[in-house]
Design a protein around this ligand. Structure first.
Ligand code: PGA
Length: 257
């Protein structure tokens, strides 16, 4: 049985005092959540202060990126060990904004993923096609390439801690959401690719989140799909009033997922 994981990707938002406030509100409003995993991913600068607030609660902490080298002359980069030392246990890797604006490739995703696993961080690997690619009928091919590139040289054991997030680029921050069926089709496809590479047991246990304009109004339909195991939330995660309802919807669907 796969329990839901609802993650908030804070992106480039929240200074430390705002971050503390938001983390505290999320913590206070989720004390009755028992079966849904809750994750917040603030900017690097706020990891420690948010950890002070959420540690010991049901809210887990993650970073939004990680560099593959452990140490050295790499000005401004952040290693997996540094992230781990803040109290974080997750890291988002290969978000489409990293791919689009910062030259992220399947190869660098793979390197970051290896470094994260080695440090004991649980990686959330983001994949997704652009509108152009979808309209050209290439969505499935693009996802297949991203999946095989990201998981190159990984073992069955490595895959235990991995989460995948399917985020169609055209649905991120646009207010457009993939229909539940469009999302489910890609999620099923991803699970199939994982089964080919790592076997049926790994595929069955793998949690695949959907991301792209998830909000209270569309969460139920999306999370009701059999292969959608959670959400990676951007815009709606920046306020407890809009983030917590998504967690509550996941919690209400736990028995039937
Ligand atoms: P959005 O962002 O919910 O604002 O579309 C999702 C994401 O980029 O992870």
């Amino acid at each position: 049985m796969r329990n839901f994981i609802i993650a908030g990707n804070w992106k480039l938002n929240k200074n430390n005092s705002e971050a503390k406030q938001l983390a505290n509100q999320i913590k206070i409003r989720t004390t009755d959540i028992k079966n849904t995993e809750i994750l917040v991913c603030p900017p690097f600068t706020a990891l420690s202060v948010v950890n002070d607030i959420v540690s010991g609660s049901r809210v887990s902490l993650g970073a939004q990126n990680v560099f593959w080298e452990g140490q050295g002359a790499f000005t401004a980069e952040i290693s997996a060990d540094m992230i781990k030392s803040t109290g974080a246990s997750f890291v988002i890797i290969g978000h489409s904004e990293r791919r689009l604006y910062f030259g992220e490739s399947d190869e660098t995703v793979n390197k970051r993923l290896m470094a994260a696993l080695q440090a004991g961080l649980k990686p959330i690997i983001c994949v997704g096609e652009t509108l152009e690619q979808r309209e050209a009928g290439q969505a499935f091919d693009v996802i297949a390439t991203q999946i095989s590139g990201a998981f190159k040289n990984l073992s069955v054991v490595d895959m235990q801690d991995v989460i995948v997030a399917y985020e169609p680029v055209w649905a991120i921050g646009t207010g457009k959401t993939a229909t539940p069926q469009q999302a489910e089709d890609i999620h099923t496809f991803i699970r199939g690719k994982i089964a080919e590479q790592f076997g049926a047991d790994v595929a069955k246990a793998l949690r695949i989140q959907y991301g792209g304009s998830v909000k209270e109004q569309n969460a139920k339909e999306l999370l009701s799909q059999p292969d959608i195991d959670g959400a990676l939330v951007g815009g709606a995660c920046l306020k407890a009033e809009t983030f917590v309802p998504i967690i509550q919807i996941a919690e209400s669907l736990f028995q039937t997922h």
